[in-house]
Design a protein around this ligand. Structure first.
Ligand code: SF4
Length: 506
């Protein structure tokens, strides 16, 4: 679909392309004159000094008829900058309104792209806005639907309830530890995940590097009296390594991070059921790991095979029951909406099966075609549901979670997500993952250790964000972990010194 747009500046291209992507899987925006177009949108803008007046018109080349009427946005702004911003917003609104009318597709997130909805909500609360003001602003300026506004309000309320000091966490840190191995690589995966078989040599070397990073970081945190709020082992699949290696790793964690008794939550992803053994569960229990994740993704064996999971549904259920029977009390499960070949009936079945297991939390992802995944590279091979059906699956899940007493507690949206929807973390009340809230709302520095671990520095006081990424592949990591550790400690020094000097000038 080629959409020709006239009447706007070239610098609007990215914004308009984002909006077009909400409606069409494949679309190209061309600003200015061209003969190659399927749709033509003409925007008329007029600066009337105190008010900026914008309207638009849409035409379909096939029959040449006007498919949507004029839409008008009238507003006033106080400064040039403000008016420019408003003009851009008005053009976005007009595009959304015209394309919605033309395609019959409703965009519940309106024009909100590229911004984390809950983060924006928190920002407004911190600035002193009331709930009514926030909702009215998001509705007017971003065209958010009531349904999404209510979802945001519910999530923000849960987050405050489990982390009452959410806005004061910036003086502490959380730790992310990346273990880059999995039994096999899933087709949709873009995480640092290397097949573990035959790589034992490099696993050993990797763990040596990781132990070093943990030790140096722990030492620095202790010296500067910086508390650790949560620890999260991800990857890859952290339970891919042996029970003995896990035991040594957690023992090391307790040794090098002082104040482990005050850490509010330690999570270990055990996403692939084929990595779970009774010995490993014993180790998780021995070190008081609070929360684990066992991820079915789907309860259809054919789907699991198609996406390269190499484990069966039966194994998911057996390992889940094993973990439960052995005493693990907080288990998360991940499900993905829109996996290849799946529609409403498969989703319904997955939810019915989940209901029998009653995990404490359920994270519902909507499939996203990430650029680097095997699935995206062979997109034609994988048949996925259309936008309408994806929406139905999402609605069904949301209804199911309500009926089963799960509450939403975090949300994020990704580019190229099917149906322009969202990923939502649900949990029983009180079983929310604190780490997930902290990372989504970017309220605290997260120090990433291990392979592919991204550190996110959140400057205390200002919330300014910078990042540092460890290499994704174990060989590069093994060759350079001392260097990465030193660089990160230097950056941490700067991050917290900025704060110290700011504090001393107050
Ligand atoms: S289990 Fe997770 S990390 Fe491992 S390959 Fe599959 S999606 Fe990637």
């Amino acid at each position: 679909m080629i959409i020709k747009v006239t009447g706007v500046e070239e610098n609007m291209h990215q914004t308009l392309q984002h909006i077009a992507n909400l409606y069409y899987e494949e679309s190209t925006i061309i600003i200015g004159e061209t003969d190659q177009w399927d749709l033509f949108i003409h925007i008329i803008q007029a600066d009337k000094q105190t008010a900026y007046y914008t309207e638009g018109q849409l035409q379909d080349k096939k029959d040449g008829t006007k498919k949507a009427d004029f839409w008008k946005e009238t507003f006033s702004g106080e400064s040039d900058k403000d008016r420019k911003k408003k003009a851009k917003q008005a053009v976005s609104h007009i595009m959304v309104k015209l394309l919605s009318e033309y395609t019959g597709t409703v965009q519940p997130w309106g024009t909100l792209t590229g911004i984390r909805p809950t983060k924006l909500y928190h920002k407004l609360i911190r600035e002193g806005w009331t709930t009514t003001q926030i909702h009215s602003y998001l509705k007017t300026d971003y065209l958010l639907s009531d349904e999404k506004l209510n979802l945001l309000a519910e999530i923000v309320e849960r987050q405050h309830s489990v982390l009452p000091d959410l806005y004061e966490l910036d003086r502490g840190v959380s730790i992310y530890i990346g273990i880059p191995f999995c039994p096999t690589k899933c087709a949709y995966c873009t995480f640092p995940a290397y097949a573990i078989n035959g790589r034992n040599g490099s696993v050993e070397t990797f763990l040596e590097g990781l132990h070093y990073e943990m030790e140096q970081t722990g030492k620095w945190l202790k010296e500067h009296n910086i508390p650790v709020t949560t620890v999260y082992f991800g990857g890859g699949t952290p339970t891919s390594i042996s029970a003995e290696e896990m035991d040594k790793l957690y023992s090391h964690m307790y040794k090098v991070f002082s104040g482990m008794e005050k850490v509010r939550e330690v999570t270990v992803e055990a996403g692939r059921p084929d990595t779970i053994t009774p010995e490993k569960i014993e180790v998780l229990k021995k070190w008081n790991i609070d929360r684990i994740s066992i991820n079915p993704q789907s309860f259809e064996d054919t789907t699991l095979k198609a996406i390269g999971r190499h484990h069966s549904v039966e194994e998911t259920v057996t390992k889940y029951k094993l973990a439960r029977d052995m005493g693990l009390q907080n288990i998360n499960m991940d499900l993905i909406i829109g996996l290849p070949g799946e529609g409403v009936s498969e989703m319904e079945y997955s939810l019915q099966e989940t209901e029998k297991l009653k995990p404490e939390s359920l994270t519902v992802h909507t499939l996203s075609f990430k650029r680097a995944s095997a699935m995206t590279k062979q997109k034609n091979k994988y048949k996925v549901a259309g936008r309408k059906e994806i929406g139905q699956m999402m609605d069904m899940t949301s209804k199911w979670t309500k009926e089963n007493e799960y509450v939403p507690y975090y949300l994020y949206r990704q580019k190229n997500i099917l149906g322009n929807l969202e990923n939502v973390g649900y949990s029983f009340r009180g079983k929310e993952s604190l780490y997930n809230i902290i990372i989504m709302e970017e309220v605290q520095t997260i120090i990433g250790l291990g392979c592919g671990a991204a550190s996110k520095w959140v400057e205390p006081g200002t919330g300014k964000i910078t990042r540092f990424a460890n290499p994704k592949d174990p060989v590069s990591y093994n060759n350079g972990y001392e260097d990465y550790t030193n660089k990160k400690i230097k950056q941490l020094e700067e991050l917290f010194q900025i704060n110290n000097s700011a504090a001393s000038t107050k």
